[in-house]
Write a protein that binds this ligand. Structure first.
Ligand SMILES: *Cc1c(COP(=O)(O)O)cnc(C)c1O
Length: 372
C-alpha cells in the first residue's frame, strides 16, 4: 500500500506565514511548538484500522464516556527526525519505537498498529511539515535541534463499563525541538526516591503508558521541593536496586582498576527499555568501553562514590539524549559526582550518538530512516 492510499490528505489552509513560523522556531525548547498537521487513524473492532487522515492540527471530539478519560487506555511514543548536512531529513530507529508501541498496546489490551502505518504516518507528517524541521547542531554537540514525533493511541467508546474499548484513535503530532537544556548543558540533581515506586513486577513499568507518568508527577514534584530536578526510582521489592528516572534510563561510569566500565540497570521487566539506552550500549561498545547491564544497588553507588570509583552518571532518553547527573541526593546525604561538572565519557557518548543521527558519521547499523 502506498502512503496516499493509506491516508486522506487535507492540508491546513492557509498555511502559517513564513515570518510567524520563523518566529516560533526561535529559541526552541522541548515540546512547546507543534507543527501544522497531525495524523489520525481510527480503529474499530471487527473492521480493524480504517483509512487514516493527515489533517490540520486541531482539537479532537470524543465522547465524555471514552475509555481514556476514565480507565486510562493511553500509550505514547517519542522519537526524532534530524536535518542532515545535505539538507535531507532522516528519523532515528522509527521501527524500534513502533515495535515498543505495540508492546505497550498489548499490555493495555489495545490493538497493535501495523508498523507501516506507524512509520509512514510519521514520514507523511514530517514531509508535509518539513519546514518545521530545524537544522542546528553546534560543533560542541551541546545545542541540538530536531523534529520530535509524538505518536499516541487512546481508547474511545461511549460506555462506562470497565473493559477494553472497541474503538481507538492512533495519532501522531510533532514539532520542532530545541536543546533540552537551555543555555548549555547543566548537570541535574537527582533525588533517590526510597518511598514511592515507579513500577512493580507484573505491572506496567515496561509499557510507555500515560498512567506511569501520572503516577510519577507527585514524586517529581516532591523532588523539586527538595531542590532536585527529578526522582530516581528503585525497585519495588527491596527499595534498593536502581531502576530509572520518570522518563529516562540511567547509566553510571565506574573506574575499576584500569578499566572504565559503563553500567546500567538490566532489563527487569519493570524498566522502560529505552531506544537511547539500547543505542548507547552499542555505541559505547563500539568505542571500546566495557558495558555491563546488571543489578546496581544504591549501596554500591554509595560505596563507589566514597571510594572515588563513581566517575560520572547520566540519564538518557530521546528528548535529552544524555543528561549528566551532577549529584544524587537522598536521606543518606548528597553525593556530588565529577564535581558537578559535565563528564568526559558522557559527552563522548552524546556526541557519538548525535553524529550518527545528524549523518556526520557512517550509519553502520542502518538506524537512520530517510524521510525527505
Ligand atoms: C520514554 C522513556 C524512556 C526513554 O526511552 P527512549 O526510547 O530512549 O526515548 C525511559 N524511561 C521511561 C520511563 C520512558 O517513558
Amino acid at each position: 500500500m502506498s502512503p496516499t492510499s493509506r491516508f486522506d490528505i487535507q492540508l491546513a489552509e492557509p498555511r502559517l506565514p513564513t515570518a510567524d513560523r520563523t518566529a516560533k522556531m526561535q529559541n526552541l525548547s522541548f515540546g512547546k511548538v507543534l507543527s501544522e498537521h497531525m495524523v489520525v487513524v481510527p480503529y474499530r473492532e471487527g473492521e480493524g484500522w480504517l483509512k487514516g487522515q493527515l489533517r490540520p492540527f486541531g482539537p479532537l471530539s470524543i465522547s465524555p464516556a471514552a475509555n481514556v478519560l476514565h480507565y486510562g487506555q493511553a500509550i505514547f511514543e517519542g522519537f526524532k527526525a534530524y536535518r542532515q548536512s545535505d539538507g535531507g531529513i532522516k528519523s532515528f530507529r522509527p521501527r524500534a519505537n513502533g515495535r515498543r508501541f505495540n508492546e505497550s498496546a498489548a499490555r493495555l489490551a489495545m490493538p497493535e498498529v501495523p508498523l507501516d502505518i506507524f512509520v509512514e504516518g510519521a514520514d507523511l507528517l514530517c514531509q508535509t511539515d518539513h519546514e518545521w524541521v530545524p537544522g542546528t547542531l553546534d560543533s560542541e554537540r551541546l545545542h541540538d535541534e530536531s523534529y520530535y514525533f509524538r505518536p499516541f493511541m487512546i481508547g474511545l467508546g461511549d460506555f462506562l463499563g470497565v473493559r477494553a474499548a472497541e474503538e481507538y484513535l492512533f495519532l501522531i503530532i510533532g514539532g520542532p525541538a530545541g536543546s533540552y537544556f537551555q543555555g548549555g548543558i547543566k548537570p541535574v540533581t537527582i533525588w533517590v526516591e526510597e518511598e514511592f515506586v515507579r513500577a512493580a513486577p507484573g505491572g506496567t513499568g515496561r509499557a510507555k503508558c500515560a498512567g506511569n507518568y501520572a503516577a510519577s508527577l507527585l514524586p517529581g514534584k516532591l523532588a523539586k521541593q527538595r531542590g532536585c530536578d527529578q526522582a530516581l526510582y528503585l525497585d519495588s521489592t527491596h527499595h534498593r536496586y536502581l531502576e530509572e528516572l520518570g522518563g529516562m534510563n540511567v547509566f553510571l561510569v565506574l573506574q575499576e582498576g584500569t578499566r572504565t566500565v559503563i553500567a546500567t540497570p538490566e532489563k527487569t521487566g519493570t524498566i522502560l527499555e529505552g531506544v537511547t539506552r539500547d543505542s548507547l550500549i552499542i555505541v559505547a561498545r563500539d568505542l571500546g568501553f566495557d558495558v555491563e547491564e546488571r543489578r546496581i544497588s544504591i549501596d554500591e553507588v554509595e560505596q563507589a562514590h566514597r571510594t572515588g570509583a563513581l566517575k560520572e552518571a547520566f540519564a538518557c532518553g530521546t528528548a535529552a539524549v544524555i543528561s549528566p547527573i551532577g549529584s544524587l541526593m537522598s536521606r543518606r546525604g548528597t553525593w556530588t559526582i565529577n564535581e558537578n561538572k559535565v563528564g568526559e565519557v558522557s559527552m563522548r557518548l552524546r556526541a557519538a550518538l548525535l553524529d550518527i543521527q545528524y549523518g556526520l558519521t557512517p550509519d553502520t547499523r542502518n538506524w537512520m530512516h530517510s524521510i525527505l
